[in-house]
Write a new protein. Structure first.
Length: 401
């Protein structure tokens, strides 16, 4: 009995040990299972949290990043851009639904005009070679052909509404209320008229279509065109006159229509060939002036700020931005204009006593003064073709000084 009892006790102990091991295994398995479930649960929750929070690569954030990068970057465009397109694209007042069509039709018109100028230039070239004495160079003759064909065949002219003294001293706000006076849209309209803000752009656009090295240039309060091949041949083309070809040296623009200091010229503010992004900045200041004249101050500030970002060191750009941020009445501008008139007249009369007083420079349009128009006074570098001239006719009507 003693031995059997011991065997039975041993078996019972063994069974209890096995039961304990089984219970421990179950507990461990349960714990592991709980941990796994908890892990999966938290992973699912975290995934939901991650998915519910905006991703850096989501479309909305991508658009925001592009916007921020664009706002903080230094904007620039290629000099291969068509200067006419840049001017037309910056023009305010175009019907949004027809804007692209208007620009396309305008560019096609310029292509046709350039083809006509090129044809007449080739047709009259032999006449020039036989009698070149009327011009200092072939470059002058070629630019004179641009002025002549555009003026006589296409009736392009300086805006006649601005030639009177009363109009020259009229309100600039009233002037800028009509963008066609300062953008290519006016040159290409039925009126075929422009100012020093748009006619130089037209000449450059036509010249470049003909393969000429033409550039837009800024004086203080004025724009003009220039032929510059980068090899020493450089001729300026003045557009602010009643027709024909007029060329002035750079020294002329150092005192007209406003004085340019040596420091301003040295810093590149004025009298330099404008790059595409600088030209666009000029067009945007014009846009700002037009928008401000029409009471759209918010849009004017946007345009002036865009111009400042494109060319912060170009003459007149900072002043335009400051002017759009100002809140002045029309009377304030008139009083300021009266204050400047005597000084502008003194500078103009000092340069040429035969020239009448110019219009004033308005602070909302600091880059150029479209009111300033040069009358047809005698100048050694001036050429006004006879009104009867037609390049289709005989050599007797060939344009000359």
């Amino acid at each position: 009995m003693g031995k059997r009892t011991q065997l039975q006790k041993g078996a019972i102990a063994h069974d209890e040990a096995n039961a304990n091991r089984t219970r421990r295994s179950a507990i461990i398995a349960t714990a592991l299972g709980s941990a796994l479930v908890t892990s999966l649960l938290f992973t699912s929750i975290n995934d939901k949290e991650v998915n519910s929070s905006p991703s850096a690569t989501s479309p909305k954030n991508t658009d925001a990043l592009k916007l921020i990068d664009g706002m903080l970057s230094y904007p620039s465009i290629s000099d291969q851009n068509d200067i006419a397109f840049l001017n037309l694209a910056a023009a305010p007042g175009l019907n949004p639904n027809e804007r692209e069509k208007i620009i396309q039709n305008s560019l096609q018109s310029l292509d046709k005009w350039a083809a006509a100028v090129s044809q007449q230039t080739q047709k009259n070239y032999q006449r020039y070679l036989k009698n070149p004495d009327g011009f200092k160079s072939e470059v002058e003759w070629r630019m004179a052909m641009i002025c002549t064909v555009l003026g006589q065949d296409f009736k392009v002219r300086y805006d006649p509404s601005l030639t009177s003294t009363s109009q020259q001293f009229s309100s600039n706000n009233a002037f800028f209320a009509n963008p066609e006076k300062v953008f290519l849209t006016g040159c290409l309209s039925e009126q075929r008229s422009g100012t020093c803000a748009s006619l130089p752009v037209l000449y450059v656009a036509i010249g470049r279509r003909m393969g000429y090295p033409m550039h837009l240039v800024a004086a203080k309060g004025h724009l003009f065109a220039r032929w510059d091949d980068g090899k020493g041949t450089r001729v300026n083309l003045e557009a602010a006159n009643s027709g024909g070809f007029t060329s002035h040296p750079d020294s002329y623009y150092r005192s007209w229509p406003q004085q340019i200091s040596p420091q301003e010229e040295e810093r590149g503010y004025y009298l330099k060939n404008l790059s595409s992004h600088q030209a666009l900045a000029v067009f945007l200041t014009t846009r700002a002036a037009c928008l401000k004249a029409n009471g759209k101050n918010g849009e004017a500030i946007v345009a002036a700020n865009a111009a400042f970002r494109l060319a912060p060191n170009l003459g007149g750009i900072r002043e335009c931005l400051h002017a759009t941020l100002e809140t002045k009445t029309e009377r304030d501008y008139e009083l300021q204009a009266l204050h400047h008139q005597s000084e502008l007249a003194r500078l103009r009369m000092q340069h040429d006593p035969m020239v009448p007083q110019p219009g004033f420079i308005h602070p909302t349009a600091p880059f150029f003064s479209p009111h300033v128009q040069q009358p047809n006074v005698h100048h050694p570098n001036s050429f006004t073709p006879p009104q009867t001239f037609n390049p289709h006719q005989s050599p007797n009507n060939y344009p000359r000084h």
